[in-house]
Design a protein around this ligand. Structure first.
Ligand SMILES: Nc1ncnc2c1ncn2[C@@H]1O[C@H](COP(=O)(O)OP(=O)(O)OP(=O)(O)O)[C@@H](O)[C@H]1O
Ligand SMILES: [Mg+2]
Length: 364
């Protein structure tokens, strides 16, 4: 015995076997549906259509279908169902989506049709929006790959030199080795610029980090630079990731040295505790204080005004050989540690300031 018919029979006996009213079905249907007359005017629309068009039913009724979807049905058959696939459907309010348009005649009302829209998921525009970062990811991965090979050679050579070096030179070969190890570790992390693994952050002595970065700069690109330190000696430990913090400061020092150019100048490193200066909200559990301020200041001319708003975007550079990745990396690493970085021109006379605002390590 067929279960369904048995059940139907029982419902009939109770008088409950009536079909749901057509309006209720139409209203509940998750697919946008509209009824269109012979001249293409919308006579009715369900709730899903209201949502899609972002207009109330009373506004939709009386609109032309070509106004609502960017497609008129005049050229399409009226006597048979049809489907148009993969259309660019332009909705009111200058919105667009890709999808299919289905239409079928209503036999009892000549010329009338029922029109359904099937929108595709919006994955394509989202991927497109991420395009800039994805391009940066590709470039960073390529760079990481290209740089890691010569680095191992450099490290090996430093080790060989180390064997015959006097005490003074040994300090330099050690610097080479330590720097190579640090950069290699960072490259491992950076091979995807979009690496979303959380950094393992802990308490760091920011002054030791600044000194390390300054020593690297002095040996490398900072020949024409006079460094000045204005430190707050009572500064509590920063909550951060040591290698990343060193890389951040090196990138900022390199830019400062390049801004000062051949004739050189002064680069000032400052640290300060700014109680209540800045807080950021963090997604869910409230606010994060960023009381530790670290500034890298140079008395160069500042960034060209036309790119000043975009310095942290990848591939923005005013230099002939610049890759425009230094500050993009700085911003990413600072954000990974829950901090922020800003560019400003401040003081009289004006100087260039890159300001890091970082978290304080708790429990000390
Ligand atoms: N201290 C500074 N003074 C003036 N302009 C700066 C300073 N730091 C950065 N800029 C500007 O910001 C741009 C972007 O800097 P970023 O470090 O991202 O790239 P880059 O230095 O050009 O190249 P690279 O990828 O080699 O670091 C620079 O080209 C420069 O115009
Ligand atoms: Mg740079």
């Amino acid at each position: 015995m067929d279960y369904t018919s048995g059940r139907l029979a029982r419902l009939r006996a109770r008088g409950d076997a009536r079909p749901a009213p057509a309006e209720a079905l139409l209203a509940a249907l998750p697919t946008p549906i509209m009824v269109v007359d012979e001249s293409g005017v919308i006579l009715d629309a369900n709730a899903a259509a209201e949502t899609l068009l972002n207009l109330s039913r009373s506004v939709v009724i009386g609109m032309a279908i070509d106004e609502a979807t960017g497609h008129h049905l005049r050229t399409m058959p009226t006597d048979t169902p049809f489907v148009a696939y993969d259309l660019d459907i332009s909705l009111p309010g200058n919105r667009h989506l890709r999808g299919d348009l289905l239409a079928a005649p209503l036999p009892d009302w000549p010329g009338w049709r029922i029109v359904a829209l099937h929108a595709y998921p919006t994955a394509v525009p989202i991927a497109r929006r991420a395009g800039g970062n994805l391009a940066a990811a590709g470039a960073a991965a390529l760079l990481a790959h290209e740089i890691k090979n010569p680095l191992s050679g450099i490290r090996g050579a430093a080790q060989l030199l180390d064997a015959n070096a006097d005490a003074e030179s040994r300090a330099l070969t050690r610097l080479i080795r330590d720097e190579v190890d640090r950069v290699t570790a960072l490259l491992d992390r950076m091979e995807g610029f979009t690496d979303t693994r959380p950094l393992s952050i802990g308490p760091q002595n920011i002054h030791a980090i600044l000194e390390h970065a300054r020593a690297v700069a002095a040996q490398g690109f900072g020949n024409n630079v006079l460094f000045r330190e204005v430190y707050d000696p009572s500064l509590p430990p920063v909550l951060g990731h040591k290698d990343s913090l060193i890389q951040i400061v090196i990138n900022l020092l390199k830019n400062a040295a390049e801004a000062l150019g051949e004739k050189g100048g002064v680069v000032t490193l400052t640290t300060a505790y700014r109680h209540g200066m800045r807080m950021v909200t963090d997604g869910g559990d409230g606010r994060r204080q960023l009381p530790i301020e670290v500034c890298v200041i140079d008395d160069g001319p500042g960034a060209p005004p036309e790119i000043a708003e975009h310095l942290f975007d990848p591939f923005v550079s005013s230099k002939r050989d610049g890759r425009g990745l230094g500050l993009a990396l700085v911003e990413k690493l600072v954000a990974d540690q829950g901090g922020i970085v800003e560019y400003a021109r401040e003081g009289i006379p004006e100087r260039t300031v890159f300001r890091l605002l970082l978290q304080r390590a708790r429990g000390k």
